[in-house]
Design a protein around this ligand. Structure first.
Ligand code: SF4
Length: 402
């Protein structure tokens, strides 16, 4: 993995986004912000799932007013997660009309494609930036290819812009639009370390292309994510591919996986995917990792599958308690392997690992702890005995929370 690209560090309500900090996970509510309770509850769910910042739609007067109520509900339950206001079209009007909301939000997300046409953009944008400066708030200047300024596209195509190729026009347009807006914000007096950029598109290769280029052109932290990634496995795979490629290149300071949910109101899946991305890249581990083989013709039964499921379930059921008791328990690696071909080798690399007997192998399961074979489990209680060994390992290895 390449070294992180050097960026400014932007403080968003106490959570710093930038190259000196871990890559931050964020998400966005899909409840109507007019419903303060539902929105506050979803913010809590997202926070509990691991979202370090949460964005909410601020699209009308009621939602703008409700930010204050949502904050109150969250504070009462000790939730201090930074809240980002997502504005389109009317940020200047709402932020001016509701100064308490402008003060309560931790960041404003602006889309230069819909702040106002060429005639109004400058004034509206200047109004928003003045409010950000007054309240000492950062902004994300977030371009999206779906709302790239029509005037820009027409000018570029009709007036013989740099390229007639549609993809290049989109790329140049997005980068140009966010960088010019950032420069304008700085000219208006906003500090460099109050600006985060994003350039969202919905194709993996284009996203990689756009971010690889913008990363060379500025020092602002970058918010990564595919827009409109879709639903189900395809959406997850596309998001994982795009975000992982960029993070591996050292590009990206905060990530969001945008998924169409199975049902309105269910939103935590996108946070889980973000955590899986960071953990598979070894950027941050959130819970013990279970390394298991896929099984093959040597696998003698479903036992290794069932044991893998049981270990994962045991981790999920106990993680909260373990975290409250043991420092660093999330970093443990547990291997559950189907036979001795790769089993002992993989087990030695893990903190604790077991190799179940494959076809025609002796019905015993060697267990390795920190690279050494410590025992061989046999009989009908291999599952329980192995879970007991995992528990013992955790209690001995990890320092207790004082
Ligand atoms: S460890 Fe054994 S059972 Fe698992 S995939 Fe490899 S050869 Fe097959």
């Amino acid at each position: 993995m390449k070294e992180r690209r050097d960026t400014y560090n932007v403080n968003v309500g106490g959570v710093v986004i930038g190259s000196s900090e871990p890559v931050r996970i964020q998400s966005m509510t899909n409840t109507p912000t007019e419903d303060s309770l539902a929105t506050a509850n979803q913010i809590k769910e997202l926070t509990d799932a691991g979202s370090e910042l949460v964005r909410v739609t601020v699209n009308n007067e009621i939602s703008a007013k409700n930010i204050i109520r949502i904050r109150e509900i969250l504070y009462k339950s000790n939730y201090t997660v930074p809240i980002i206001g997502d504005f389109h079209y009317n940020a200047h009007t709402l932020l001016s009309a509701y100064p308490e909301t402008a003060a309560a939000l931790d960041k404003y997300r602006l889309n230069p494609g819909n702040i106002g046409g060429l005639n109004k953009f400058d004034d509206n944008f200047a109004q928003i930036i003045a409010i950000a400066i007054k309240n000492d708030k950062p902004v994300r200047i977030g371009g999206n290819w779906g709302s790239l300024s029509r005037q820009y596209l027409e000018n570029t195509i009709v007036n013989g812009g740099k390229s007639a190729d549609y993809e290049s026009i989109i790329k140049e347009g997005l980068i140009d639009s966010v960088l010019k807006s950032a420069k304008y914000a700085e000219d208006l007096g906003l500090q460099s370390d109050k600006i985060i950029l994003s350039c969202k598109v919905s194709s993996v290769s284009q996203l990689v292309d756009v971010y690889s280029e913008i990363a060379t052109k500025c020092k602002y932290p970058l918010h990564l994510g595919l827009t409109e990634a879709g639903m189900g496995d395809n959406a997850v795979i596309s998001s994982v591919a795009a975000i992982s490629i960029l993070l591996n290149e050292g590009i990206g300071d905060t990530i969001r996986v945008s998924l169409t949910p199975d049902k309105m109101g269910i939103r935590t899946k996108e946070v889980e995917v973000c955590k899986d991305i960071l953990s598979s890249l070894n950027l941050k581990q959130f819970k013990p990792k279970v390394i298991s083989c896929p099984g093959c013709g040597r696998t003698s039964s479903n036992y290794f599958i069932d044991l893998t499921k049981d270990i994962n379930k045991h981790i999920d059921n106990n993680m909260l308690e373990w975290k409250s008791k043991y420092i660093g328990v999330e970093n443990i690696n547990i291997a559950v392997m189907g036979c001795i071909v790769n089993g002992p080798g993989e087990s030695k690399h893990a903190n604790i690992g077991i190799s179940l007997p494959g076809t025609n192998e002796s019905p015993s399961a060697p267990v390795f702890i920190d690279g050494e074979k410590v025992t061989t489990l046999k009989g009908d209680h291999i599952r329980d005995d192995f879970i007991k060994l995992v528990e013992e390992y955790i209690s001995k290895k990890y320092k207790k929370v004082s």
